[in-house]
Design a protein around this ligand. Structure first.
Ligand SMILES: Cc1cc2nc3c(=O)[nH]c(=O)nc-3n(C[C@H](O)[C@H](O)[C@H](O)COP(=O)(O)OP(=O)(O)OC[C@H]3O[C@@H](n4cnc5c(N)ncnc54)[C@H](O)[C@@H]3O)c2cc1C
Ligand SMILES: *[C@@H]1O[C@H](CO)[C@@H](O)[C@H](O)[C@H]1NC(C)=O
Length: 177
C-alpha cells in the first residue's frame, strides 16, 4: 500500500519534471529568454521600401543616429556596455524599416562584425560600413580620418557641464536630478 503510494508520487514527480523541461525546450526554440540571436545579423523583418525619396530620407536620419551613437559611446566601455552596442547594431539591422536595405546590411555585418571595444573602434567601424554602402550605391567615399570632428555634436561640452553641475551639487550637499 505504502509502496504503491510512493511509486505513484514518484511517477507524478517525473511527469511534472518532464512537462517543465518540455516547456523550457519550446521557449528556447522560439528564442525566448535567450539573447543568442542578438549576437549575429538576421533576416530582415520589414518589407521592401519602394519609395526612393523615403528610403534616402530614412537613410540620412539612420546614419546620423548611428554615427552619433558611436561618437558618444564610452572610450572605455564595460563589458555590459559593449554587449549592449553589439545587440543594438544587430537588432537595428533586423528591424531597419527598409527591408531590402536590412538584407544588404546583414550581409555586410557578417563580413565586418561590429567593433564595440571603444568609442574610436566603434566610430571607425561605423565609417567603414557606411563607406561600404556608399560604394555599392556608387556614392563618394567619406574620409574616415575626419570622423571624430564630423559627429562631435558638442558632446565634450555636455560632459564638462555635467561634471561642473556634479561639483556644484556636491557643494550644496544634495543632488537635484
Ligand atoms: C543600414 C543602412 C543600409 C542602407 N541600405 C541601403 C540600400 O540597400 N539601398 C539604398 O538605396 N539605400 C540604402 N541606405 C540609405 C543610403 O545609405 C543613404 O542614406 C541614402 O541614399 C541617402 O544618401 P546621401 O547621399 O544623402 O548620404 P548618406 O549616405 O545618407 O550620408 C549622410 C551624410 O553622412 C556623411 N557620410 C557619408 N559617408 C559617411 C561615412 N562613411 N561615415 C560617416 N559619415 C558619412 C555625409 O556627410 C553624408 O552627407 C541605407 C542606409 C542605412 C542606414
Ligand atoms: C515618397 O516619400 C516621400 C517622403 O516620405 C513622400 O513625400 C512622397 O509622397 C512619397 N511618394 C509616394 C508616391 O508615396
Amino acid at each position: 500500500m505504502i509502496l504503491a503510494a510512493a511509486v505513484t508520487i514518484f511517477i507524478f514527480i517525473l511527469f511534472v519534471a518532464s512537462f517543465r523541461n518540455g516547456q523550457t525546450a519550446t521557449a528556447k526554440s522560439q528564442g525566448l529568454g535567450s539573447t543568442k540571436h542578438f549576437n549575429e545579423p538576421g533576416a530582415a523583418i520589414a518589407p521592401k521600401l519602394g519609395n526612393e525619396t523615403a528610403k534616402a530620407e530614412l537613410g540620412r536620419a539612420a546614419w546620423k543616429v548611428l554615427h552619433t551613437t558611436f561618437a558618444r559611446f564610452p572610450d572605455k566601455p564595460t563589458q555590459d556596455e559593449s554587449e549592449a552596442l553589439r545587440s543594438y547594431i544587430h537588432l537595428f539591422q533586423r528591424l531597419y524599416p527598409c527591408g531590402d536595405c536590412a538584407s544588404h546590411f546583414g550581409e555586410l555585418l557578417k563580413k565586418f562584425p561590429p567593433q564595440v571595444s571603444s568609442r574610436s573602434a566603434a566610430a571607425a567601424w561605423g565609417c567603414h560600413v557606411h563607406n561600404q554602402v556608399n560604394k555599392r550605391l556608387k556614392k563618394d567615399m567619406f574620409d574616415c580620418a575626419n570622423i571624430g570632428d564630423f559627429y562631435d555634436c558638442g558632446c565634450a561640452k555636455d560632459e564638462k557641464e555635467e561634471k561642473d553641475s556634479k561639483i556644484k551639487d556636491k557643494g550644496k550637499g544634495k543632488r537635484n536630478h
